[in-house]
Design a protein around this ligand. Structure first.
Ligand SMILES: NC(=O)c1ccc[n+]([C@@H]2O[C@H](COP(=O)([O-])OP(=O)(O)OC[C@H]3O[C@@H](n4cnc5c(N)ncnc54)[C@H](O)[C@@H]3O)[C@@H](O)[C@H]2O)c1
Ligand SMILES: [Zn+2]
Ligand SMILES: [Zn+2]
Length: 368
């Protein structure tokens, strides 16, 4: 079929929205009609050429939600008409990692996915017979996409898809960092650095876990206001003195749990230093630039602080995303404030501009 998609032709140039060919789903795959898709940092990181593992041409986009239209041979977990959230982090339920509760990093299709292919090593996108590669196994800046069934989370049909798409990346990442990676205990003191999509999700996750105090640190007063709306009990305008300020607020000890959601390695260090001696856990969610390293004085670790990294919030997508969506539908998570702009696919590059200008939390592309 012919569909419209936003193609990365060349690094550092705007995406080109155009007609491409999409082949039918093969065994284990499904054809998904996208209804909505958020614009996230990883899309821009690749489009800009900053990501050393990027490739082109490719159809970008990974924060998608839509409806299954057709399925390939042997597909049993989704059927036409199902509402789904796309998973850049799949869940095969069979590999060593999927069978272990300690991680969500499924091993099943990593190599092919990282190179822009579906699990059989080919693409479903093409233009004049030339293949166009997939991105993060999702390619959701498109009217339709083909994805492996293990990378689709079937969600409640009640969930409005123009907000459900945020669970495909940023929101689940933040919620999961608090709920799965850190497993925040009730009554705890938490600090969240960054009040973008990921940090605000972490604030909400700490609240759902029953944290008593949630301190949010950001540079923007407007975003700190949103953090209060998600359950932050205190807010701080961030800077070089963030750690000092947090120690003052916590009788000199620091927080039980800290979360970094900025992508800035200096802030990651602050997250470690603001964690409490004895048991403080710093969870790193941000993606640092190429070659950057995290600088930690080992004494912080000897005295009982720990550092954890969190990819997609440790959420095993097919099991975990539908549960998070249900909690939203039950009124436990307020998702509406995260959708700042609604765009058409043709305006996808505007979504990148808004993100660079830090204008709003998320721009969401909707497909008519
Ligand atoms: N681990 C994952 O699976 C995963 C998934 C999605 C995004 N990410 C990464 O998470 C990070 C956050 O994503 P986002 O969409 O929320 O980004 P965002 O740009 O919307 O938010 C980042 C926030 O950090 C704040 N900030 C910057 N410097 C600060 C400082 N010194 N102190 C306090 N706050 C500061 C900014 O004001 C901004 O509000 C990015 O690095 C992104 O690439 C990781
Ligand atoms: Zn993302
Ligand atoms: Zn697996």
């Amino acid at each position: 079929m012919r569909i419209r998609a936003a193609v990365l032709e060349e690094f550092g140039t705007p995406l080109a929205v155009q007609d491409v060919e999409l082949a039918e789903p093969k065994a284990g795959e499904a054809l998904v009609r996208l209804v909505a898709c958020g614009v996230c940092h990883a899309d821009l990181y690749t489009a800009s050429g900053a990501d050393p593992s990027g490739y082109a041409p490719a159809v970008l986009g990974h924060e998608g939600a839509g409806v299954v239209e057709r399925v390939g041979e042997g597909v049993s977990s989704v059927a036409p008409g199902d509402h789904v959230v796309t998973l850049f982090s799949p869940q095969c339920r069979e590999c060593a990692h999927c069978r272990d509760e300690r991680t969500n990093l499924c091993l099943a299709i990593r190599e092919q996915q990282n190179q822009g292919f579906l699990p059989d090593g080919t693409t479903r996108f093409a233009r004049n017979g030339e293949p166009i590669r997939h991105f993060m196994g999702t390619s959701t800046f498109a009217e339709y996409t083909v994805m492996p069934e293990i990378a689709l989370a079937k969600i409640s049909p009640e969930a409005p898809l123009d907000r459900a798409c945020l669970f495909a990346c940023g929101l689940s990442t933040g919620l999961g960092a608090a709920m799965n990676t850190a497993q925040v205990r009730p009554g705890s003191t938490c600090v969240v650095f960054g009040a973008g999509m990921v940090g605000l999700g972490a604030v909400a996750g700490c609240r759902l876990q029953g944290a008593e105090r949630i301190v949010c640190v950001d540079l923007s007063e407007e975003r700190l206001g949103l953090a209060r709306g998600q359950g932050a009990t205190e807010t701080i305008v961030g800077g070089p003195d963030s750690v000092e300020r947090i120690l003052e607020l916590t009788d000199g000890f620091g927080a039980d749990y800290t979360f970094e959601a900025t992508g800035n390695v200096a802030v990651m260090r602050q997250a470690v230093e603001a964690a409490r001696m004895g048991w403080g856990l710093a969870t790193v969610c941000g993606v640092a630039g190429k070659g950057e390293t995290l600088d930690v004085v080992p004494r912080y670790l000897i005295t009982g602080r720990r550092v954890a990294g969190s990819s997609f919030g440790g959420v095993k997508g097919r099991d975990g995303v539908p549960r998070l969506v249900d909690r939203w539908l039950a009124g436990e998570i307020d998702v509406d404030p995260f959708v700042s702009h609604t765009l058409t696919l043709d305006e996808v590059n505007r979504g990148f501009e808004l993100m660079e200008a830090q204008d709003g939390i998320r721009s969401v592309i909707t497909f008519s």
